[in-house]
Design a protein around this ligand. Structure first.
Ligand code: FBP
Length: 552
């Protein structure tokens, strides 16, 4: 394999563990904390998880290791979208497992949860792991989005576990995958399989966090990568002074990524989906808000700017969600074929006009034709519009251009408007993990093994106090049921981990809100530059602005 100089250097990087895990395996003991309760719907969750509910929070401490000596055979899977640091979770898990007993075995099931069902796996050894230390990506074993949730799947997993003599399974994933980890843990306990299940919090979207889990891994690196690119674009915009850049960033159900990038780069505009939903904003209100900034800046001779747009924005706009729901209805069943057989766009437009309510048609009519057609081209396997494929950055810039044309005609806007469009998503998901993510992920993996060794199941590996230096991080575990409540999913009440949306009364949003009017008019850009891996700690080990603000 050809190695880049950075890749070689990163192999040698030694991730920092929390102080309490640094003295070697024989010096790690458990401190029991309080018994836990789910965040809501306690009775229902307790009834669904009789074997794993209500367990104690635990932390590790320096002290004699009192865990039972037994051979461990652990299976690990990566689940869902890639996030920088996944390889380090596995290397931390491997190192703790082998330092405890070199006869312990770590199996990696390939391609995500389906690897466990298909019994498709590799056995890790030193050389295998060493080739992936501190690198980005999930290519060590691949990932996938198959959901592990049915009794039939659990029965197959039990058979696979029996075949390999698995003592534990580690699921590295987001809120849904860890919900499934909790359900699998309960199943394994209820059926006396002896298999423990431990989860690790992953997702660049940052929406798996709560009072216990301060951050999901990958958020730090992904937002630093996007912020570098946004800062570079800001500098280009400020140099050429001729374009407005509309930059969509990943984050489907929550706008944490957009908000963090805004805190890092101080753009003229950043939309926050949760605010759009709370204020029930329409598309034209959003366009008008952006146009205000373009107008003020343009009239002052600044015909350039930067607007950050979260990937999921259109789903937060009530009138747009209604339109999507109606389109899904309109094309249900045989209607898709009927629609596709229509000879041209005019005939299709007629069909749409007849099928939508007056209100939704009014929203549809203001969309650029490109977007109108995207709404009818891209369907998911269930026949629904794939909202994430809608080019909302182009949609909004077109609506802004239309609004500015009106203002020009009215004589209020005197500037020029030229737009460029970008989507930053996949660029950040497999970057070399920042030192923070390299350290955090390694610690999560190492800690996950300590939870296994001490016999815990249905726990999420928890490392907290993350805004302090790694030495002061606190390692431990939290029962996953503590983070659960009951939500309506696909017409059924389901126990799920509550997704963390941007809190409009939280410190990160409040800081943004207090500054955004100034940023909208002035050129207050900040340029974070590339992630630094070597150099002074205040540059290389910095965590996110979100975490710094949340932790005061
Ligand atoms: P996870 O929630 O699984 O971590 O994935 C999040 C994400 O990166 C979103 O930001 C994005 O919308 C989505 O994955 C893209 O998914 P895919 O890789 O399937 O295109």
């Amino acid at each position: 394999m050809n190695l880049s100089p950075l890749q070689k250097a990163r192999y040698e990087y030694v991730p920092k563990l929390p102080g309490m895990l640094r003295n070697g395996i024989s010096e790690i003991c458990v401190k029991d904390g309080e018994a836990t309760q789910s965040v809501a719907d306690q009775d229902k969750i307790k009834a669904l998880f009789p074997n794993t509910y209500g367990k104690n929070e635990i932390t590790f401490a320096k002290g004699a290791n009192t865990s039972e000596a037994k051979k461990q055979v652990v299976g690990v899977i990566l689940s869902g979208g890639q996030a920088p640091g996944g390889h380090n979770v596995i290397s931390g898990l491997y190192d703790a497992l082998k330092s405890t007993d070199k006869n312990n075995v770590l199996l990696g099931f390939k391609g995500g949860p389906s690897g466990l069902i298909d019994d498709d796996y590799v056995e890790f050894d030193d050389a295998f792991i060493d080739a992936y230390r501190n690198t980005g990506g999930f290519d060590i074993i691949g990932s996938g989005r198959t959901k592990l949730e049915t009794k039939e799947q659990f029965a197959i997993v039990t058979e696979v576990a029996k075949k390999h003599g698995l003592t534990a399974i580690v699921i590295i994933g987001g809120d849904d995958s860890n919900t499934n980890a909790a359900v699998l843990a309960e199943y394994m306990a209820a059926n006396n399989t002896g298999v423990q299940v431990i989860g690790c919090p992953k997702t660049i979207d940052g929406d798996l966090k709560n009072e216990d889990i301060e951050a999901s891994f990958g958020f730090d690196t992904a937002t630093k990568t996007y912020s570098e690119l946004i800062g570079n674009i800001e500098r280009d915009a400020n140099s050429a002074k001729k374009y407005w850049h509309f930059i969509k960033v990943m984050g489907r159900s929550a706008s944490h990524v957009a908000l963090e990038c805004a805190l890092e780069t101080q753009p003229n505009i950043c939309l926050i989906g949760e605010e759009v939903a709370a204020k029930k904003m329409s598309l034209s209100q959003i366009a008008s808000q952006i146009a205000d900034s373009v107008e003020k800046r343009g009239n002052a001779g600044n015909n350039f700017g930067v607007a950050i747009i979260p990937e999921g924005i259109v789903e937060f706009v009530p009138e747009f969600s209604k339109l999507i729901a109606e389109i899904n209805e309109l094309l249900a069943g045989e209607n898709t074929e009927k629609f596709n057989a229509l000879p041209d766009w005019n005939a299709k437009y007629d069909f749409i006009e007849k099928g939508l309510t007056k209100e939704s048609m009014a929203v549809f009519a203001i969309l650029p034709q490109l977007i109108q057609q995207q709404l009818f081209l891209e369907r998911d396997p269930h026949g629904n519009v794939q909202v994430s494929l809608i080019e909302s950055e182009k949609l909004l810039s077109q609506l802004v251009a239309d609004e500015l044309a009106k203002r020009k005609a009215a004589g209020t806007y005197k500037g020029k408007f030229g737009a460029q469009h970008h989507f930053f998503g996949y660029e950040g998901r497999c970057a070399f993990p920042s030192n923070f993510d390299a350290d955090y992920c390694y610690s999560l993996g190492y800690n996950a093994f300590m939870l296994i060794q001490y016999g815990y199941t249905g726990y999420l590996s928890k490392v907290s106090n993350l805004s302090a230096p790694a030495e002061q991080w606190v390692a431990g575990g939290m029962p996953i049921t503590k983070m659960m409540n009951i939500e309506r999913r696909n017409g059924e009440d389901k126990p799920v981990i509550r997704k963390a949306l941007v809190e409009l009364d939280g410190k990160p949003f409040k800081y943004f809100e207090a500054n955004r009017d100034k940023w909208a008019v002035e050129t207050a850009f900040t340029y974070p530059g590339a992630i630094q891996y070597y150099g002074p700690s205040e540059v290389c080990d910095l965590t996110t602005r979100t975490l710094a603000l949340e932790k005061g």
